[in-house]
Design a protein around this ligand. Sequence first.
Ligand code: 5CU
Length: 362
Amino acid sequence: MPVVDVHTHIYPPVYTELLRSRDKVPYIRSFPDAPTAGDRLVILPAEDTASTSRGRPIGSEYYDIRQKIAFMDAHKIDISVISLANPWLDWLPLDEAAEVARRVNDDVERMCEEYPKRLYAFGTLPLSASVDKVVAEIERLSTMKHMRGVVVGTAGLGGADLNDPKLDPIYAVFERTGQTVFLHPHWGLPGEVWGPRASEYGHVLPLALGFPLETTIAVNRMLLSGVWDRFQGLNVLIAHSGGTLPFLAGRIESCVAHDAHLKHGGKLERRRDLWDVLKKNIYLDAVIYSEVGLKTAIDASGADRVMFGTDHPFFPPLDTGETEWLSVRLNTRAVQTALRDDQETVEDVMGGNAVRILKLYN
Ligand code: 5CU
């Protein structure tokens, strides 16, 4: 059974050129002075200030597909389903977004073409453009040989969130074309929640907590607005093992069941509950770095719906010269220990599920 990485990013050349031409977030710029000298990727407004000033270092592993293949070879990963990393195209002006999406998707498809049976991809959408342009790009992606769905953030169309009714034609086309939506965070939570000493703690609070909570909130908005009641065939792969969704599903359902406002609005009748959606519409990646978290994900959605991932090229080793990435080791070990007596299921989570769900090799 091949090992498949379903959570692995790239900033293709078309996209990095665009970021290098900018001086506002998001941008890539080379700084001369220590300790942040060299090319830096700045993707959030808060990263222009404080301890996360100048974002993160960006090397060729972020945009050179040969580095992706070298990383896969070094970690015995047979297939990667690559996706554009955050912040995707959400920030582009309306009149440029559709054309840039086409160029980025063509760039990614070309990379996959170069490495047959090793690379597939999730495409990217021009979510600042009009609904018909987004739908047209989804239709186009569905005809491309290596595309297996799309990666989206939580902002929806022009920042209106994923419970925006204007997204319905988009959800409908995902459902009709059978494409998987890979839901990934970017914005985290508002900076104030991290407190006055946040600048002492690097990226830890926004990445460890802001990312998973952002995703959890987005999925709850979809649930409460009835997206999965209207689109029962909509499949969403949720990053980072569902944020905190598997752990909080019971509390979420209890809050719904006790909510008088929902009851009086008739919203409790015939609704699908989160447990049902977790088992029929949601897939989870295995990017959670621990046995406890992974067991919860497996309990919530089923071992047949969880798929291995790495989040490469993010979280590189801090010490130069280290070839084995800690993130890969932790995620691989979590799969093995969570399923310790069951080699067949380990192989499913490491790759078999992805081959079946994403129809790889077809
Ligand atoms: O380190 C980070 O900021 C990130 C990011 O931006 N996106 C991601 O997927 N993982 C880590």
